[in-house]
Write a protein that binds this ligand. Structure first.
Ligand code: EPS
Length: 351
């Protein structure tokens, strides 16, 4: 949990809506819903997305904490309606009157939360696990991150991301043909992407305790995106480099300290060092696939083929957008805790 830019989200994949409440934004920050909607559109896009994205046009409604386009200092609430809810009203009803003993599905999908979730929460209908474990909730997380990004923009902190590899493909053309091949085979694909934040002040994060290290906080924020299996900061070939090759040596240029490399990825001793923060992550292939996966039906404990529900072939591009926005939340939290204040003016003066 973040400390100064706190938020909680709620909502099931096919429930009525996704909601977030953000606590801790000082007064006076401009929040433009068009920017949030643009980020939501970026998350919905990318080659290889599935049928659900054709149903949804994710749009945010800001229902509290903002007046005439600026934050008030009070909690900011964001709501995104699930258009698909219309088709799931009975199945996802919150009323006991709509209960049916018929289970939605009972065949575990390997790679998903189904198995461990059903044991942990003592559920016999796996929809009760799927609905919240679905990556659908990343829509509202991106909306929160898009608020964070607008705050960072006030301090000229900006970010970009790019796909490094999908399957065996290393160029955009190859990404598409890898995705096409996987789709044709009823299969899915993961990949690797990079997120870069630039123009950060020196000294966000701290070395004094393990849970204040910025690299650790960023890793947690990215690692917990559904399907992400590894996160690294800086040059991920560090394991095979000599110290004299890896470390970013310092020079003076017109009295200013400069570096010629950024193998540390902008973080030394758990703190920003003024160089761009470079985060790389690997996403596993989405575990819902048409091609059959061996599994077990929990209802009668027989071997069977996994339940298939419509899905994406590849969502690495979407994942990179989610990562940008998750990291933005961590960085805003750090900016608020270092520079503090109750209004934009107060924080800017300290910054
Ligand atoms: C997603 C919405 C989901 C999935 C996908 C991501 O919608 P539905 O289940 O209705 O198709 O498309 O989630 C997963 C595949 C997953 O494993 O979580 C979204 O909005 O990004």
């Amino acid at each position: 949990m973040l400390d100064k830019f706190r938020f909680l989200t709620a909502g099931e994949s096919h429930g009525k809506c996704l909601t977030a409440i953000i606590e801790g934004i000082p007064a006076g920050f401009e929040i433009n819903p068009d920017f949030i909607n643009n980020e939501l559109e970026r998350r919905q896009g990318g080659y290889g997305r599935g049928e659900r994205m054709k149903i949804e046009t994710d749009t945010v409604e800001i229902t509290s904490g903002v007046r005439f386009g600026k934050t008030l200092g009070s909690p900011v609430t964001l709501v995104i309606q699930n258009r698909d809810f219309e088709n799931w009203q009975k199945i996802m009803s919150t009323s006991p009157d709509d209960f049916t003993s018929e289970k939605s599905f009972t065949k575990y999908r390997p790679g998903h939360a189904d198995f461990a979730g059903s044991v942990k929460y003592n559920q016999t209908d796996l929809r009760n696990i799927l609905e919240r474990s679905s990556a659908r909730k990343t829509a509202v997380e991106v909306a929160v991150g898009a608020v964070a990004k607008q705050i960072l923009a006030q301090f000229d902190i900006r970010c970009t991301s790019r796909i490094i590899q999908i399957g065996q493909g290393k160029t955009e053309e190859e990404f598409r043909s890898e995705i096409d091949k996987a789709k044709e085979a009823g299969d899915t694909l993961g990949g690797k992407f990079e997120v870069v934040f630039e123009n950060l002040p020196v000294g966000l994060g701290s070395y004094v305790h393990w849970d204040r290290m910025l690299d650790g906080k960023i890793a947690q924020a990215v690692m917990s995106i559904p399907a992400v299996k590894s996160v690294s900061i800086g040059n991920h070939h560090a394991y095979k480099m000599l110290g004299s090759e890896f470390h970013d040596q310092m020079y003076l240029e017109n009295g200013k300290i400069v570096r010629k490399t950024n193998n540390a990825g902008g973080i030394e001793g758990g703190m920003t060092n003024g160089e761009p923060v470079v985060v790389t992550a690997v996403m596993k292939p989405i575990p819902t696939l048409k091609k059959s996966l061996n599994t077990v039906d929990m209802e009668n404990m027989t071997e069977c083929e996994a339940h298939f529900e419509r899905s994406d072939t590849c969502a690495v591009e979407a994942c990179s957008v989610v990562a940008e926005n998750r990291i933005a939340c961590v960085l805003v939290d750090e900016v608020f805790s270092k520079y503090g204040g109750d209004s934009l003016e107060e924080i800017k003066a300290r910054f």
